[in-house]
Design a protein around this ligand. Sequence first.
Ligand code: PLP
Length: 427
Amino acid sequence: MIDQREDLYGAATPQELAAEVYENYKEFVNPPLARVMKLSGSPVEVRASGCTIWDHTGKPYLDFAGGYGVFTLGYSHPHVVAAVHDQLDRIALSGKTMFNVLLGRAARRLAELAPGDLQVSFWCNSGTEAIEGAIKLARAATGRATIVGTEDAFHGKTLGALSVSGRETFQTPFRPLLADSVCVPYGQTEGLENILRDAAALVVEPVQGEGGVHVPPPEYLTAVRAACDATGALFIADEVQTGLGRCGYRFACERDGVVPDVMTLAKGLSGGVVPVGAFIARAQLWNRAFGRAPLLHTSTFGGNELACAAALAAMDVLENEGLVQAARDRGEQLLRGAQTIAAQYPAVVREARGLGLLVGVELTSEGYGGWVIPEMLKHGVTAAWTLNAQRVIRLEPPLIVSAQQVDRALDALRAGVATAFEKLGTL
Ligand SMILES: Cc1ncc(COP(=O)(O)O)c(C=O)c1O
């Protein structure tokens, strides 16, 4: 049993802690976000373990937002925490002038797990950095400039990644973005070869996450592979959200049995403990891009020992605890349950869809949204909107989630949808 007073970070009461954090956000972090979070009644997170987060009042929540896909192993998995603790006492960050044992081991392990002949990896600290590196690799390896993305995609918010993401709101204030970047419809391959003819790469998510959880038709990635082969454009699979078990495959591109030229990872690679990102490429391509000068693409913090200890432990846990299969089984249960709710409340829910434990619940109107997620929170379950589709609630729990916990989340979703219908009727 956790002593709640220990969780107040030195504040005298939960209310005092909540007031302090709001004030800090409002003055020093992000004033408009502070207001939005306050209006939506956002609690303060103070502790987390497994699939549960506790707020400042001691209330537990089943976390079905899952850090937007970070917590594949849940919070504070003991194997990852122990590996990071051990490493902290030895060497935490790389001095950079000597060989780093754990970076070598993590890169080797990733190559063993990755599909096909993906082999050489670069390690960074986030998903967007992984995308930046992959774009640079594609330009340097092909000598071409154009990077093709897909409509509604999300690849991150640094300028390169933003250039091939598909939401105007996030792009407009920062134009001009990367010259020669274009977007094509997701899931369609008609005319793709023409567009790729002079392109350096196509960046594509095997399941479009932030765009609203869109699972492409079977064979889409096979056709993408063929179009890239025919044109010499590189196929960059952005597996930042879908990789490492999330979709019931080790990597979601394995659903079509396809090997991309470059794959980007982050989120789950952290083990939920230390931020990590990486991109991995075929050796021949990597050498063509970066082989001429060893410092062509670097990062001071990238590949540090703490991050690599976390990633190595995370890859172990994923394999040893059978989490890929677990994601498939629990994902089917979650999707079936969400589809039943959709059938019960067709006025509120247009569709439930997904792959593995990445499930999207599309509402018929954004208007209902103001009721569903807050009501789920009241029932002790977190959920979140997808970033580029504000009508889609994503359910993305840790892969260690139990069947009972999935049922509890479905009960909360049903209650949220029922309340929305009760309050607003048909919109
Ligand atoms: C598919 C995909 N790529 C890239 C990113 C960017 O990752 P990060 O927020 O770590 O920069 C995200 C984040 O949600 C993502 O879902």
